[in-house]
Design a protein around this ligand. Sequence first.
Ligand code: SF4
Length: 384
Amino acid sequence: MGIPFRQQASIALYLMKQKLKGNKRYPLVLMLEPLFRCNLACAGCGKIDYPEPILNQRLSVEECLEAVDECDAPVVSIPGGEPLIHKDIVEIVNGITARKKFVYLCTNALLMEKKLKQFKPSPYFSWSVHLDGLKDHHDKAVSQKGVFDRAISAIKAAKEAGFRVSVNATIFDGHGAEDVADYLDYLIELGVEGATISPGYAYERAPDQEHFLMRSRTKQLFRDIFKRGEGKKWPLSHSSLYLDFLAGNQQYQCTPWGNPTRNIFGWQRPCYLLNEGYAKSFKELMDETEWEQYGTGNYEKCADCMAHCGYEATAVEDAFKNPLKALWVSMRGPKVTGEMAPEIDLSNQRPAEFVFEKVVEEASETLPEAPVKKKREAAAAAGR
Ligand code: SF4
């Protein structure tokens, strides 16, 4: 359960190669966002609040595959937006699996059953269905009734057809430990192969700003969740040390280059969660991003972040350096009592810069159809 052996072996080999080459920074999971358009509007999402002309943009098949080759991460996660809306998504997935990269196609599952026959089961392909909790909780999180039932039906149909299916959940404040534990118990019953669980990042553009977890509350919540999981085989796909970090037992800094993001604007700086500029190429992203400007203790917007796309790569790196520690935690599970690891000092963090509008406007100018520019020109022509 969790991560299949073939994938674990491939990642271990990749890590060894990076070490032998002496690479200090390397990607583990490419976050490939071929579009921002979605058929849901979840309250905690910071990805879909773009003007209409931007929501209409798509990365082409060629651009997607170029990004996969450029970055060369062993795993490619395809979030969005809703990737099943992209008309060429099957071709994109097939192109990536043909390169023997492990693809996670993240979907809210509304279109999944309808499109299931267009995909083929493969050890390199997994559905990753967005499922934030049990029925009432999930439907509330996605702001639409009936989505949970459709997702469960799609998961069952996909399993029946021989696909690997994982689920992913984002946890917000107010989601009780008991509820999350019940949800994880239900995943055993459902028979999904893997599950990721991550505290939500406080996107400045998300409609609901009140329910993001602060760091201390996150750690206590995850301790309370893990207490209820002792002796159970929850299908969590995280490294043991990331779970230990969530429970407050590891002091980690993030590894934002571990999950680089390519979307319609280019390579997003510095990470999947934070949108502070774009690089034209993966090399430019790696070489020219001022990485030391980001991370907890360095930047106000990073103060409460504990999301897996920032910290899983840190935990994997730690496990590589300290295999016995990782094995010990994996055998006994995360520590749920006693003192927590000391928190990172926030007193010297630089203040948040609110650059979203400027970044999007500048990045839009580089798009083939430059939607923001066109809109501005049209407004000027109309004398507005
Ligand atoms: S802490 Fe790291 S991963 Fe989280 S938002 Fe900041 S740069 Fe991104």
